[in-house]
Design a protein around this ligand. Structure first.
Ligand SMILES: Cc1cc2nc3c(=O)[nH]c(=O)nc-3n(C[C@H](O)[C@H](O)[C@H](O)COP(=O)(O)OP(=O)(O)OC[C@H]3O[C@@H](n4cnc5c(N)ncnc54)[C@H](O)[C@@H]3O)c2cc1C
Length: 296
């Protein structure tokens, strides 16, 4: 959605952004590929060729989120184009982001992929192959198929990630906060072991105190990153955003881990949301740019 809002032309906004904002359609961002280490966007192997009035797309993407949603209507596909204008600056001017309506011929949605066994229905994450997929240069409704311009895809992917990452962190903090809340309720009502109630056990109290501190540290760093992006945009906030991309999912995951421990057997059962949170937060250390890459 933020791609259309930030980089779309007026017709693209009318065709795609308006229904996205109204919630009547959904989009998916298709960058990651099965066959190449996609942490480095320079490796992307999907090709976009200009032929007559059309672009032809070939590529093998996976873990593309949102494709299973009933309102899913459009892909934003990152591929590479061979362009005359590239000259020596080729590496960062090869990428192009193209709008591909979901019902275009040649798109094979191969299978839904799991996250620790969860299918994340109904939006899901999918393996998708593009076989000679043809879209008109002018777009299906005259809006133009390319976002920003041929060879400007790198610019778009760099610009889209800042606000999205802050959003992921906010949701992670919310998950950890809820996990802590249900844990406190559980501990307060659980009774005694070896003559002492769980809520007055010093080991348990320390575990909760550590979790509270971890969570608030992560929250304050997220506030700082949000302030920086408000002050100077994604470029100025690059460092704090990279920091929260690493710190927040780690901290939230550790807090949920403590909460699972403090629930005993119930912590790994299907009777609480904790295993679901744990899987989601662990996955965030990989999705949306891996933590290791942000540290490097
Ligand atoms: C649930 C989920 C949803 C996703 N949704 C989407 C989506 O909607 N659209 C999309 O395009 N992608 C999506 N992804 C893919 C995700 O963005 C990629 O998995 C991620 O960017 C890493 O790419 P890769 O899997 O190719 O790992 P690789 O690039 O093969 O890297 C493997 C590992 O090597 C390490 N590594 C790589 N480079 C370095 C480095 N320079 N320094 C240190 N360590 C390094 C990292 O730890 C990395 O995990 C999703 C993934 C998941 C799990």
């Amino acid at each position: 959605m933020e791609v259309f809002a930030k980089y779309g032309n007026e017709k693209q906004k009318k065709t795609w952004l308006q229904p996205l904002l109204q919630g009547t359609i959904r989009s998916a961002f298709a960058m990651t590929e099965y066959n190449v280490p996609s942490s480095d966007a320079l490796n992307i192997a999907t090709t976009i060729e200009r032929t007559g009035d059309d672009y032809i797309i070939n590529g093998h993407k996976w873990y593309i989120s949102g494709v299973g949603h009933p309102n899913f209507k459009v892909y934003l596909v990152l591929g590479k184009m061979k362009l005359e204008s590239q000259g020596n600056k080729r590496r960062h001017t090869e990428h192009t982001l193209i709008i591909v309506p979901a019902d275009t011929a040649g798109i094979q949605v191969k299978r839904p992929l799991h996250v620790f066994g969860y299918d994340d229905a109904n939006h899901g994450h999918f393996e998708v192959v593009f076989n000679d997929v043809r879209v008109p240069i002018n777009g299906t409704r005259g809006e133009g198929s390319i976002i920003l311009g041929e060879g400007r895809g790198f610019e778009v992917i760099q610009g889209r990630l800042g606000p999205g990452r802050i959003h992921h962190c906010m949701r992670s903090l919310g998950m950890a906060e809820r996990a802590l809340e249900i844990t406190l309720t559980r501990i307060l009502g659980r009774g005694k072991t070896f003559g002492t109630s769980l809520d007055s056990n010093p080991v348990i109290r320390q575990m909760i105190a550590q979790a509270r501190m971890k969570l608030d540290q992560a929250r304050y760093l997220t506030w700082h990153a949000a302030k920086e992006i408000d002050r100077g945009g994604s470029r100025m906030a690059m460092l704090p955003i990279s920091m929260i991309k690493v710190v927040v999912p780690n901290a939230a995951c550790e807090v949920v881990d403590t909460c699972i421990q403090l629930h005993g057997a119930m912590g790994v059962s299907q009777d609480t949301i904790l295993p679901r949170f744990y899987a989601g937060l662990r996955t965030l250390r990989i999705a949306d740019g891996t933590n290791s890459v942000h540290i490097a």
